[in-house]
Design a protein around this ligand. Structure first.
Ligand SMILES: Cc1ncc(COP(=O)(O)O)c(C=O)c1O
Length: 393
């Protein structure tokens, strides 16, 4: 049972909006049962000669294909390939490089991305050079450089630096390189890297796409057939494929991404504004607060500020962690983007794999705290922070 195509009065095919696409794509393979939601295809292999052309789940499964259709629709992409995790998706892209290739990356990236480049791909001769894309001088320094790939996150993890995707895409293309944007922190609902000129949009679908902290996944989206071929090859040849069950869960999560993101954005904006203006904290970061250094870029390229707020509480690492353990609704845990609020201490958790001096150089201090603001009642979240940190609410 496929989706019916709708046509406008002029006869052209109408593209559904985000919320509609999230609910009405990725529904193939419902057989003749009439099941409204496709089942989980928990099978490792398929009988030879089947109509879907499936052979072995490492190289494809109906649940992968459904999630791939949904992700392509949500990212305005021609193609999407799903992987076992965000880190698997990163591995798939970097596996296409050769010894001697240079990757130009934003200096503030997710700790495990740094670790992969530093501890794994460096051994195979892939060189990575880090730059601060919020510094005007970077642009001049990079003009005319030869590179195999440009790599940024926007907003970045955990500093929430917002990078002008359109501008980096032009620079990358002038250097003869494709641009990859890790869109995990923004989400497909709020930001479309490919529409802004990027060649690849990568997400850890573990986060906002799934939204319920119960599955791991990653995806790479593009408009380029040769990238798609390379990603499908990496999925099967490197064994980076997800499980059908995780794909099914992420497909289910994606159907409510729009309304979840609206609430994440509303809660995070309120919380950030409250901590900055009413509690008077000096170092609250949120892309949609006017005080954010790249606020103007954020409102231009994102539909909302997403659900992450970072605050530097100016305490030492031990005291910071102690206060975080006292929170009731924000669980101290790795990850982000779920309906439930989480809090993370990047210096000892997500970015612990980056050496301390490097971490400090890019602004990840011992007192930096990253809140993943969930969709609970905002009053409860504000009160929780006030109680744990001793602020008068
Ligand atoms: C920006 C970013 N990219 C990639 C990843 C890796 O995703 P996963 O944990 O699904 O492997 C993460 C995980 O936190 C992340 O924050």
């Amino acid at each position: 049972m496929g989706q019916k195509k709708h046509h406008s009065q002029s006869g052209t095919e109408e593209k559904p909006g985000f919320d509609t696409a999230a609910i009405h794509t990725g529904l193939e393979y419902r057989d003749e049962t009439g099941s409204v939601i496709p089942p989980v295809y928990m099978t490792s292999t398929f009988a030879y000669g089947n109509p879907g052309g499936f052979d072995y789940t490492r190289s494809g499964n109906p649940n992968f294909r459904n999630l791939q259709s949904t992700m392509a629709a949500l990212e305005n992409a021609r193609f999407a390939t799903v992987f076992a995790s965000g880190v698997s998706a990163i591995t798939a892209v970097v596996s296409t490089l050769s010894s001697g290739d240079v990757v130009i990356a934003e200096e503030n990236i997710y700790g495990c991305t740094f670790r992969l480049f530093d501890r794994v791909f460096a051994k195979f001769g892939v060189r990575i050079e880090y730059f601060d894309f919020s510094n005007g001088e970077t642009w001049d320094r990079l003009k005319g450089r030869e590179a195999a790939l440009f790599w940024i996150e926007s907003p970045t993890n955990p500093n929430l630096k917002v990078i002008d995707i359109h501008r980096v895409a032009s620079l990358a293309h002038d250097c003869g390189a494709p641009l990859l944007v890790d869109n995990t922190f923004a989400s497909s609902f709020l930001q479309k890297p490919l529409d802004l000129g990027a060649d690849l949009s990568l997400l850890s679908t573990t986060k906002y796409t799934n939204g319920h902290s119960d599955a791991l996944g990653g995806v790479v989206c593009s408009n380029d057939e040769s990238w798609q071929e390379k990603m499908i090859f990496a999925q099967k040849a490197l064994g980076l494929q997800p499980s059908p069950m995780d794909c099914w869960l992420i497909s289910r999560g994606a159907r409510t991404e729009a309304i979840r993101m609206e609430r994440h954005c509303a809660n995070a904006l309120q919380l950030a504004g409250y901590l900055e203006s009413e509690i008077g904290l000096p170092s609250v970061r949120y892309p949609f607060l006017p005080s954010h250094p790249q606020h103007e870029i954020a409102v231009r390229q994102m539909k909302g500020g997403s659900g992450i707020v970072t605050v530097d509480f100016g305490m030492d690492a031990e005291e910071t962690r102690k206060r975080l353990m006292d929170l009731q609704y924000f669980t101290l845990a790795e990850s982000l983007g779920g309906i439930e609020s989480l809090v993370c201490h990047p210096a000892t958790m997500t970015h612990a794999s980056i050496p301390r001096d490097r971490r400090l150089a890019v602004g990840i201090t011992d007192s930096l705290v990253r809140f993943s603001v969930g969709i609970e009642c905002i009053g409860d979240l504000k009160n929780d922070i006030c109680r744990a940190f001793g602020f008068r609410s």
